[in-house]
Unconditional design. Structure first.
Length: 605
């Protein structure tokens, strides 16, 4: 049953069900076939050809004046089917045993191809609430522009919004507000569109959520409000193909100053004193995977890390930027003692599914003729709720308990004072937000079946990404530190209870729901906590935070311009700079970060 729950979670949260025609792929732009044909020097060297890397590279090369090389560990794959998740498109890595989960290891699902995780994700287009981005500015200090207002122009720039078909919007109650959320800039080739229809039975659960006190229907899920709403998907509305960083920021550009080298692993950043001047990388033979000689490429202006929240901190550590004690153990010369590199690791935890069988099967409230033979049918409806709405009777108790935890007794004993100070500041902020209606804590994806998979939008545990001192060039040691902060159990128990409240509303009670899993007899805090612990999954495929944009005194790694503390000519532009999670999937927040990063980098020319 646990494995079934995880599979359901994966298909609900990660693979938005869409039927897609798969035409032939467009002609590739300028791909460098091997390391012998690259230039010695480029203006910018971008490490990682994923969601952020291709976005930044496109923007930096679009005026034709500056040369950009992207180095990607994976390869090009010619598929847009969202169900094609073969291992060759993902890294085959797992966490270390999780001590608070009976020493289970956890697989890590991140993209290993051109397009990165945007090529393998569920294509859900989401944003957090306004306050979730304002927290980033609060952590950044006075004058920070990394807030809702500072990011909104880049959200608008990142996506070409396409309205739902009129019949779909009317029948399924899809709301959107172009002025509040999207604007009118349709120049990008990255689409945010709606499926051609939904399972009409889901409207029963939609109406049930409206009967929960405090749940409101949002005017647009991208307007910065919590609530009940339909979210778009990153699909080209004409071709029904996946729309992602490759299709938006690489295919058909054909610029001589924009190149990509695939099948190559960057293992170190080169410095002259404290100035980043290039990288070393190891090309791999595309046919047998054998590594060839180490190669050097230089950057005139900047080295830009976009390798993601798992590998960006690893590259920094291999380059001598990170916790000094770790680097010394690995016999790596310390360039900058930056303890926050690889700390602050977070992901969205997947909760246990709560499933019911119906005594009387709910019927679809209307007949709907699927366009194009069903093509475009999807799931894109959710309730994103703050803690006082999720748990009106227990939110104060949870917040008080959370704020009383001595974090120094929860985190590893060798956690640096600066990293601990950052964790304590986050603790102060989230204890406050648990008592208010500004931050979404629970995501409840709504389908046509008799169950809901609650997803935690903010974990209070903080993990680490560390090189292995014995084999530093191997995959890093990934530790979610899952459930190390007991508040995560407290929260998930309340998410489960919310699902029960939804199925007890008059809207659904008329159909006689009978709880099948975990079972209606499981009611006490202790019983639910034990059950949650047994089925808890600490990943929702959205790793962030390991090179956080915060001051050094909070364990930060990059500054307000995304430049790495303590050096010059080196920036980070991917999800690792996010200091805290947002209440939704991360891909479009990463696009917005990358768009803003490109402007910041251009401003340094």
């Amino acid at each position: 049953m646990v494995e079934l729950v995880r599979r359901v979670a994966f298909w609900l949260f990660v693979v938005v069900p869409l039927t897609a025609a798969i035409p032939s792929w467009p002609k590739l732009a300028r791909q460098v076939r091997n390391e012998t044909t690259i230039k010695d020097t480029y203006d910018y060297v971008v490490v990682g050809g994923g969601t952020a890397g291709l976005t930044v590279a496109d923007r930096l090369s679009e005026d034709g004046e500056y040369s950009v090389l992207v180095i990607e560990h994976g390869y090009f794959y010619n598929t847009s089917d969202p169900r094609d998740l073969r291992p060759s498109r993902q890294y085959n890595i797992s966490s270390i045993p999780q001590i608070h989960m009976n020493n289970k290891t956890v697989p890590i699902a991140i993209g290993h191809c051109v397009g990165g995780s945007s090529a393998i994700n569920g294509m859900a287009v989401m944003r957090g609430t306004k306050q979730e981005y304002n927290i980033w500015a609060e952590l950044g200090g006075p004058g920070s522009t990394w807030n809702w207002d500072g990011l909104l122009p880049y959200f608008r720039k990142a996506a070409h919004f396409v309205e739902p078909e009129k019949e779909v919007a009317e029948k399924f109650k899809v709301k959107y507000d172009i002025d509040a959320a999207w604007g009118q800039d349709n120049s990008t080739r990255l689409y945010a569109s709606f499926p051609g229809g939904y399972d009409a039975r889901s409207l029963h659960i939609y109406e049930a959520f409206k009967q929960i006190p405090g749940v409101k229907v949002s005017k647009d899920g991208h307007s910065g409000e919590h609530g009940l709403f339909y979210f778009p998907v990153s699909v080209d509305p004409k071709t029904r193909r996946r729309s992602y960083s490759r299709t938006a920021h690489w295919d058909n550009l054909n610029r001589p100053n924009y190149e990509i080298l695939t099948g190559s692993k960057v293992n170190k950043i080169l410095f002259t004193d404290k100035l980043a001047t290039g990288v070393t990388f190891v090309p791999k033979d595309v046919f047998n995977g054998t590594e060839r000689k180490i190669t050097i490429v230089n950057a005139r202006k900047e080295v830009i890390l976009a390798a993601g929240a798992i590998h960006t901190p690893q590259i920094l550590q291999l380059s001598g930027i990170g916790p000094a004690d770790l680097l010394t153990q690995a016999n790596i010369s310390v360039k900058v003692d930056l303890p926050g590199v690889g700390s602050n690791f977070q992901d969205h935890p997947l909760g246990p599914g709560v499933f019911f069988r119906w005594s009387k099967q709910p019927q679809a409230p209307f007949n709907f003729t699927w366009p194009r033979g069903g093509e475009g049918r999807g799931q894109g409806l959710g309730a994103f709720l703050p803690l006082p709405v999720v748990s009106p009777t227990n939110y104060e108790k949870i917040a008080s308990r959370y704020s009383s935890h001595d974090l120094s007794k929860i985190v590893p004993f060798n956690t640096s004072p600066s990293v601990l100070a950052g964790y304590k500041e986050q603790q102060r902020i989230f204890a406050r937000e648990m008592r208010q209606n500004r931050v979404s804590f629970s995501n409840n994806l709504i389908g046509g079946t008799g169950g809901i998979m609650p997803i935690g939008l903010h974990t209070m545990s903080r993990g680490t990404i560390r090189i292995n001192p014995l084999t530093p060039d191997a995959e890093p040691l990934i530790d979610y530190a899952a459930l190390s902060n007991p508040t995560d159990i407290d929260l998930m128990v309340e998410y489960v209870r919310l699902v029960r409240r939804v199925f007890a509303t008059p809207q659904l009670a008329q159909y006689g729901p009978v709880e099948q899993y975990p079972g209606a007899n499981m009611t006490s805090d202790e019983a639910l906590s034990d059950w949650v612990r047994s089925v808890y999954t600490p990943f929702g495929y959205h790793p962030i935070g390991t090179a956080a944009k915060m001051p050094r005194e909070f364990g930060g790694v990059v500054d307000e311009e995304l430049k790495v503390h303590g050096v010059e000519g080196l920036s980070v532009v991917d999800a690792s700079v996010m200091p805290t999670l947002i209440g939704g999937t991360t891909q479009f927040t990463v696009y917005a970060i990358a768009e803003k990063a490109a402007d910041l980098i251009r401003g340094r020319r």
